[in-house]
Design a protein around this ligand. Sequence first.
Ligand SMILES: [Zn+2]
Ligand SMILES: [Zn+2]
Length: 180
Amino acid sequence: MLKLCPVCRTPQLSKVLLESNLPAFACPRCEGEWISADDYWAWLEHQDDIPPEPPADGPPLQVSDNQQATLCPDCRCLMLKYRVGHELSFYLDQCSRCQGLWFDKNEWASLKRRGLHDEVHKVFSAPWQAKIRANERQKKVDQVYLNTIGAEDYVEAQRVKQWLDQHPQRDVLLSFLNSG
Ligand SMILES: [Zn+2]
Ligand SMILES: [Zn+2]
């Protein structure tokens, strides 16, 4: 069966080797990459034998994150989008049926730089997604504190909090501070 690019729709995907043991299909137009679930898991199993590469430095790669409804190149089912988090702003597309993976241009490369490419399967899990939401909530809370207290005092308050949190007499100190 022809594999059509889920983003451009028309060009046929062509076979490439994404990593030494990871066959994939690439779109010649948008440069996105498709990996079947089986190929990903087979590659991941083999990854245990290979020492992890140190994350690469360099300026962030230009990712072209698609925002449209995408259909799986293998089974033509709808693909679902999942946020990656970890300061990466793009979404990954996973087929809702065969669990194949679509990476827009440079998404795989960006994940690889952060050493997250062998954790891709976790991105689609509930705990991973819950953690992204929890981090976001915490950031919002911190922002409100920062806006209310002001930048200078916020830094000082953070310093005091850190000191308090690791102090063996933390509860007594808190009680003292509250005693008026
Ligand atoms: Zn394409
Ligand atoms: Zn599929």
